[in-house]
Structures are given as C-alpha cells and as structure tokens.
Design a protein around this ligand. Structure first.
Ligand code: 1CP
Length: 343
C-alpha cells in the first residue's frame, strides 16, 4: 500500500506529521449513543454483548456510521482477561464491574494458555469489523494493562484503588506474580487480536495515578515493556499505543523506557510535555478534557484549536484524555470531529 493510501491513524502512529491529525474517541461506542442504549435494552447483559461477535461488531460500527472518525475500537472490556483466567465477573446494574474472590495464583497460571481461546469471539468481532469498515479507516484492538486489571482483581470492584496500592507494598512478591500472569495472558491476547484484523493495539493503564516513582517503574513500566517485547517476539509489528492515564510527570519516564510507538496523554498533560515527547520520537494521542466535550460551547472550539496548533506539528492523534461520558451531547462530538477533519 502506498503511504497515502494507508489509514491516517497508521501514518500518524508511524511518526508522520500530516495535514490534519487522525481522530477517534475513547468510549466512542457505548452509552452516549441512543442506538447503543436501544440495543443494550434488548440484549440484556453487557458481557453477552461483548461475547456475541455479530452484536459487538454492530456496536463497534455504530459510531463509525454517525461520525467521520478515522478509527474504530473493538467493543470489548479490559476485564474479560480476569474472567478468562477463572475469576468470576459480573456487571451489576448501575454499579459497574464486580469480581469474585481472587483465584490462587497457581490456578491462574495454569489457565494462561486456555484464556486466549476463551476470548476467541473477540477475534471474530475484529474480523467482522475489519471486513465491514472502509479501508481508509483503521481498526484498533486493546487490552487493559496488568496493573489496572490487577486493581480490579484485588479489590473486586472500582474504587480509589488504595487497597490495591497497599497490597503492592504489603505483598510485593504476590503482586509481581499476578502481574507476570497478566503480562503473559495479555501478550497472547493482543497477538491474537492482531492476527484477527487489529491494525493497532492499545494498552489501557487507566489507573496509573498516585504511584510512587519506584512502584510505577515496577508495576507500569516493567509490565508494559514486557508486553511490547513479547508481542514483537511473536512477529506482530502493528503499532502499539500505551496510555498511562494519571501518570503526571512520570509519563516522561514511561515514554523514554517503554518501546511503544505512541503515548496517550490525559487531560492534565501540559502542552510542552507533549511537545517534548514528540521531539523524543513518540507519536502522542489525547488529551481533550471529556468534561469540556460534555460542556461544549466556544471554549471547546478554542481548546480544540489550541491542541491542533501546538501538537498538530508533530505526530499526533486527536483524542480525549479519558472516555466519552454517557451524557455527552452528540452535537458536541460532531462539533469537534468537524473542526479536526473539516468533514
Ligand atoms: O452498557 C454498560 O452499562 C456497559 C458500560 C461499558 C462499556 C460500553 C463497560 C463496562 N465497558 C464498555 C466498553 C469498553 N470498555 C470499551 C469499548 C470500546 C470503546 O472505547 O468505545 C473499552 C475500550 C473499555 C475499556 C475499559 N473498561 C477501561 C479502560 C478505559 C477507561 O475508560 O479507563 C476500563 C477501566 C474498563 C472497566 C469498566 N468496564 C465497564 C465500566 C463501566 C468500567 C469502568 C469502571 C470504573 O470506572 O472503574
């Protein structure tokens, strides 16, 4: 494929500066769209939707029909891996994810190989979406990062993660083993996704905040590096985006040490920091505040322009700093995507 025929997202992730950056939004599928809410009513359970390739492909494509996004992200969840390793998972209405007791480490270690097979339907979703999507729009696969996934596995639910951070200090050897298991299972899962049609892979470290520098090295930088190395060792060369959300100043350590192609930035990331990462050879992605997207108005246009002017001159993927909130007006998403793409 000549470089101009390649999807814009892949060109940006390869380090090209483009006339305009590609744009997609975290959580572009899901509860902000009435067509998702309608399907959710009839489908019932969230996990049933994730494991039904026809339905998950449809949900992945819903935002692609509505908005001129340059990339789709497969509809799935970061917590499918713990479930595939034997931990109970359910979604209580209005409460978010819930997990059963943490299985014994030895038992989960024994399930690593089988876990990828239990996630085969996500590969089927990717193949379906890739076949249906226009060639100039890219398809992204993803997984949760080991630390973030471990916080849910340890605490059993969403929380301020102080329990998991305490566990990291009290049980360092057990945590390292748990992270190792997750590195193995996640690497295999990402390799499977690339084989099924994912053209880029994203590692979501949604809870990288409040980690002391040495702990950040151990639970974020180390596991991410090992995942990228293992995915590469399996012969997969699709670009990888790492997103250590909340890492603050430590995102610079991350960008320096983890061999990802691109680094996702959250809404707090200073403009100058993003520019330093670009100079250091990384593509950056982010970092529009999802609250500003929800609020809308002229301030939204001004911030979009500022991001385009200051980051658009280096390799850049336009995105939010965290996912689209459920009550975000659709007109605000249209407003931003139009401003970035001219479409
Ligand atoms: O309809 C519903 O009630 C389910 C809501 C929902 C959706 C639409 C959940 C439950 N997950 C998803 C899809 C999802 N999750 C995607 C799909 C693709 C897209 O972005 O459009 C992705 C990439 C995720 C990833 C995910 N799940 C993350 C990382 C990104 C982030 O937002 O930080 C996390 C932390 C989760 C856990 C999770 N799953 C669901 C919820 C509500 C949560 C967050 C719970 C919490 O706040 O701790």
């Amino acid at each position: 494929m000549s470089s101009s025929a390649q999807p814009l997202l892949l060109r940006a992730l390869a380090g090209e500066t483009l006339p305009r950056p590609p744009v997609w939004f975290m959580r572009q599928a899901g509860r902000s769209l009435p067509e998702y809410r309608a399907l959710r009513e009839t489908a019932g359970d969230f996990l049933t939707m994730c494991f039904n390739p026809e339905m998950a492909a449809e949900i992945t494509l819903q935002p692609m029909r509505r908005f001129p996004f340059d990339a789709a992200i497969v509809f799935a969840d970061i917590l499918l891996i713990p479930q595939a390793l034997g931990q109970d998972l359910w979604f209580a209405a209005g409460e978010g994810p819930r997990l059963g007791p943490l299985p014994a480490l030895a038992s989960m270690r024994g399930e690593i190989e089988a876990s990828t097979g239990r996630l085969a339907s996500i590969g089927e979703t990717l193949s379906r979406v890739r076949a249906a999507l226009e060639p100039e729009r890219a398809l992204i696969g993803f997984a949760g990062a080991p630390w973030t996934v471990a916080t849910y596995m340890i605490e059993g639910r969403s929380s301020d993660r102080s329990g998991a951070r305490t566990y990291a200090h009290q049980h360092p050897a057990e945590l390292d083993q748990l992270l190792d298991i997750l590195v193995e299972a996640t690497s295999r899962y990402l390799v499977m996704q690339a084989g099924a049609g994912a053209q880029a892979l994203k590692i979501f470290e949604s809870w990288a905040e409040q980690l002391p520098e040495d702990v950040f090295e151990r639970v974020v930088i180390g596991p991410h590096t090992r995942i990228v190395e293992q995915v590469r060792a399996a012969g997969v060369d699709v670009p990888i985006i790492g997103f250590p959300r909340g890492a603050g100043a430590l995102v610079e350590n991350y960008a320096e040490k983890v061999p990802v192609n691109a680094v996702g930035l959250d809404a707090q990331a200073p403009i100058a920091l993003g520019q330093r990462l670009q100079k250091g050879g990384k593509t950056i992605q982010g970092a529009l505040d999802n609250l500003l997207l929800r609020a809308g108005g002229p301030a939204l246009d001004r911030r979009v322009d500022q991001l385009l002017e200051s980051w658009g001159r280096g390799p850049y993927v336009f995105n939010l700093g965290h996912g689209v909130l459920p009550d975000t007006p659709i007109a605000h998403i249209e407003q931003v995507v139009r401003r970035v793409t001219g479409k």
